[in-house]
Ligand binder design. Structure first.
Ligand code: TYD
Ligand code: MG
Length: 457
């Protein structure tokens, strides 16, 4: 147990903000009621500052030009969608945080990673603090067969875990989950901010010191009973979040921070009976189940990292029964939609003031890229006028306050994706027409909203 002087500190369980007194709202992340009192050993606090420092090793500065990079140090997980989000595989000695709501599929994904790695001859160690060996075995049986290279440990004491890692020397370690881990040098309870931070510090030291790649599972919690993964985002090399509706089968893995590759990459998965399956053609997946011949539905194109992604935008505009019309959005920015409606009123004279409007991006994605403006505008006009838009049409472009349609990046890729999926018409900003590389798709180049109205409605 902890020795020496102890101090009482209040920690925000959502973002890790420290305060000497209790506060209702966290100044760091603006969440309410997230402060919890924790007793911290002063000696621990001092030690945690240098968690990454390797013991007994004196570091000398060296010339950057003389540092050599070993390319072979990336391990492929065998799951293409994950490898891309990671930036081309698992980097040796890296620390990766996989966050997400409980039940979203974090354990399943990492167990599948372990299975693939073990099959390709890498030694992996899966440490669970949440499930018993039998529970994990039952899950593993659904996923497939495992080779003896995959080791399993049910343990929550980090001291013991450290000893096992040093003894068995695995290449990849999975910690499921960080909120269940317990470091006996820290007096706070498992799941508290100081415990989670301290445990991650120990794992960081192990990863860098022994060159093992460590995956840490972190649950996102709304209630603030355990520390959220944001508390340790700054300590790890890579942060991945697993998103999606627990009741729908698709899952999206998003890179939020990556010291070894690009962020904003997404991986799309589907939860099946035998675990998570990759969805290689995400656009097709996002558009499946589109209504036929319905007004208010249009396909827009957004970029997710380096990949174009087609999504369906739906709008429902109807007469309001109340003095103040109701506006609602799902999957996009509420204020942006209000702004676009104001532009429509002012520049085209469309009488939307007395109308309720609902705008929805199907597929569960949240898209904030302005390139979907044109799609939103066309969907609203289509619903307002009750006119069906050609189902083989896609649109992208930013809409400005004067009603002008402005250029967006990567026109060629977006048009190519539309052509690949069998779309016949592309509504694009007039200034981007010169960037289109292919001829077998009809291009409708629009300068402003009046053009959109004249040519589509
Ligand atoms: P899990 O990986 O346990 O979630 P987390 O670790 O993020 O809390 O995923 C649990 C859910 O996934 C559970 O509701 C059941 C479902 N599931 C399947 O649909 N198919 C499967 O093959 C597996 C293993 C789980
Ligand atoms: Mg789990």
């Amino acid at each position: 147990m902890a020795k020496g002087k102890t101090a009482t500190i209040f920690f925000c369980q959502s973002c890790g903000y420290e305060s000497a007194k209790w506060m209702g709202q966290c100044p760091g992340c603006k969440e309410w009621n997230t402060f919890v009192e924790e007793t911290v050993n002063k000696a621990d606090l001092k030690a945690s500052g240098g968690a990454a420092k390797r013991a007994g090793e004196r570091q000398e500065p060296c010339a950057l030009s003389e540092v050599t990079i070993h390319e072979e140090s990336k391990i492929l997980t065998g799951i293409g969608e994950l490898d891309r989000v990671l930036g081309g595989g698992i980097v040796q000695g890296s620390l990766t945080l996989v966050g997400g709501d409980p039940g979203i599929g974090k354990s399943t994904l990492l167990l599948q990673v372990c299975k693939n790695l073990a099959q390709s001859g890498h030694k992996v160690l899966y440490i669970s603090g949440e499930e018993s060996q039998v529970q994990i075995k039952m899950r593993a049986d659904r996923i497939g067969s495992f080779t003896p290279q995959m080791l399993l440990l049910c343990e929550t004491d980090l001291g013991d875990i450290e000893e096992v890692i040093r003894r068995t020397k695995p290449e990849v370690v999975v910690i499921d989950s960080i909120q269940t881990m317990y470091n006996e040098n820290v007096s706070a309870a498992p799941g508290s901010v100081s415990q989670v931070r301290e445990s991650t510090g120990v794992l960081l030291q192990l990863a860098k010191g022994l060159g093992v790649s460590v995956f840490i599972v972190g649950h996102v919690t709304k209630e603030g009973t355990v520390a959220g993964p944001r508390v340790l985002e700054h300590m790890v090399d890579t942060v991945l979040y697993f998103e999606g509706d627990r009741h729908a089968s698709y899952r999206i893995l998003r890179g939020v921070k990556n010291r070894f590759g690009s962020t904003n990459e997404i991986g799309v998965f589907e939860m099946r009976e035998q675990g998570l399956a990759e969805v290689a053609n995400a656009s097709e997946y996002m558009l499946s189940g589109r209504p036929e011949n319905a007004s208010g539905s249009v396909v827009a194109c957004t970029m997710e990292g380096t990949r174009p992604l087609l999504v369906e935008i739906q709008a429902l505009v109807c007469q309001s029964n109340f003095g103040i019309p109701r506006r609602q959005t799902t999957g996009t920015d509420f204020n942006r939609v209000n702004l676009l409606m104001a532009v429509l009123e002012k520049r085209l004279g469309v009488q939307l003031a007395g109308c309720d409007a609902y705008v929805n991006i199907t597929g569960g994605l949240k898209i904030l890229e302005p390139a979907i403006d044109l799609g939103i505008v066309i969907a609203i006009l289509s619903s307002f006028r009750n006119r069906i838009v050609n189902p083989k049409l896609i649109a992208f472009g930013e809409v400005g306050l004067s009603g002008e349609v402005r250029a967006v990046s990567q026109t060629a890729q977006r048009v190519a994706e539309a052509a690949k999926l069998g779309f016949e018409v592309c509504v694009i900003p007039a200034v981007s027409e010169k960037d289109v590389m292919i001829a077998d798709i009809k291009i409708v180049a629009v300068k402003n909203l009046q053009d959109v109205m004249d040519r589509l409605f």
